[in-house]
Ligand binder design. Structure first.
Ligand SMILES: CC(C)(COP(=O)(O)OP(=O)(O)OC[C@H]1O[C@@H](n2cnc3c(N)ncnc32)[C@H](O)[C@@H]1OP(=O)(O)O)[C@@H](O)C(=O)NCCC(=O)NCCS
Length: 176
């Protein structure tokens, strides 16, 4: 079952993020890989900033979370994590499909350049990687992330019918 996470589930969300993020160990740059990967304060901060978490529940156990945040004229998919023992069973796909069905306009996703599996996962769902130049601009416009994270990240986009100001590689851009 896919449903919005509740406030009282904060600890579970935090646990799933850090469990799922084990996949990053030894892959993403060491200086970006804290232990735990995300602190409780950081997660509180993300929720306060407007990230809304949805969860995938099976047998009354939360197995995965995915956050969604409306920023300006786009929707960001943020903090997508499936518990380490439950990955590659289709759960992430269910969540992503569900979240996308609730949004209109462009959907943007930022992830680590080194997380090849995550890039493939989003590409399989129709997202395309934006150019280096566009990535830097989008990360500075839609996210609040440190410069070092900008350097080591990629952005994938599904522009759909949406239009984003000044985007240079949006195939739907008509120049207006
Ligand atoms: C990325 C993630 C959310 C995808 O969810 P999922 O439930 O595992 O993915 P699904 O089972 O729906 O889809 C599987 C597809 O995802 C990709 N994939 C996910 N994990 C993979 C892995 N460990 N190795 C290879 N491919 C992987 C592949 O494209 C795979 O398709 P394939 O098996 O046909 O090649 C999940 O694997 C995860 O939490 N990973 C660790 C954290 C992470 O990278 N989060 C993304 C942050 S933006």
């Amino acid at each position: 079952m896919i449903r919005p996470c509740e406030e009282r589930e904060f600890e579970q969300i935090w646990e799933i993020v850090n469990d799922g993020a084990q996949a990053y160990r030894g892959v993403i740059p060491a200086d970006r890989c804290a232990e735990p990967y995300m602190s409780e304060d950081e997660l509180h901060g993300q929720i306060e900033e407007g990230v809304v978490f949805w969860g995938y529940e099976e047998g009354s156990r939360l197995l995965a979370v995915m956050g969604m945040q409306r920023v300006k004229d786009a929707t960001l998919i943020r903090h997508a994590y499936v518990r380490s023992g439950e990955q590659q069973r289709g759960i992430g796909s269910h969540l992503l499909t569900h979240l996308r069905s609730m949004t209109s306009g462009p959907v943007l996703i930022g992830t680590w350049e080194a997380a090849a599996w995550a890039i493939r996962f989003y590409e399989r769902h129709g997202f395309t990687r934006v150019s280096q130049q566009e990535k830097d601009r989008l990360l500075r416009t839609y996210w609040s992330v440190p410069e070092r994270q900008i350097e080591t990240s990629v952005v994938l986009a599904d522009w759909r019918d949406g239009r984003i100001d000044g985007r240079s590689d949006n195939p739907n851009f008509s120049g207006a």
